[in-house]
Design a protein around this ligand. Structure first.
Ligand SMILES: [Zn+2]
Length: 165
């Protein structure tokens, strides 16, 4: 049986040599990045904004950096339990306290890249849709015979320009 050190070495070696393919599922932030908007009287989220501080110029001759602003729930992110009132009182419920072991595990990646390319408003639901042609996450996981206890479900839309394997 491999030790944890050997397992980690195998993983790193696979990534470096290309035997393990790493797929970046993140989407770059830009001013057009959609943000969740709630109806009044609930407080709104700011859209993403980027303000240049310096760009190898008199404001900073050897460096380029920016100020950024946006709501926490903008672009690619995960919602820590504290985000919802149902997780408000859980221990280690914030992004800086959640155990890292909770963020690593088997994942079911649902490739929606074709649907997202065909329809920018493509909607993947978490519940059984009334329209049987609209897929939902559980239906896809069941079809793929994926374990219901997989802790991570990722939606791949290819929005950032990368393609699936
Ligand atoms: Zn969120």
């Amino acid at each position: 049986m491999a030790t944890h050190s050997q397992t980690l070495s195998t993983l790193v070696d696979g990534i470096l040599r290309g035997g393990i393919r790493v797929v970046d599922l993140t989407v770059p932030l830009e001013s057009a990045t959609p943000t969740i908007q709630l109806p009044p009287p609930f407080a709104p989220s700011k859209p993403f904004s980027l303000e240049e501080i310096s760009h190898y110029d008199e404001r900073g001759p050897a460096w380029y950096w920016n100020n950024i602003a946006c709501g926490e729930h903008t672009g690619t992110h995960f919602d820590a339990p504290i985000h919802w009132i149902s997780g408000r009182d859980l221990p280690n419920n914030a992004t800086d306290t959640i155990p890292v072991q909770h963020l690593i595990g088997a994942a079911c990646v649902i490739d929606c890249s074709a649907e997202a390319r065909a329809d920018a408003d493509f909607l993947l639901t978490t519940h059984r849709a009334t329209d049987p042609s609209v897929p939902d996450i559980m239906q896809i996981k069941n079809t793929a015979n994926r374990a219901a206890d997989e802790s991570v479900t990722a939606r791949f839309t290819s929005a950032s320009g990368c393609t699936s394997a």
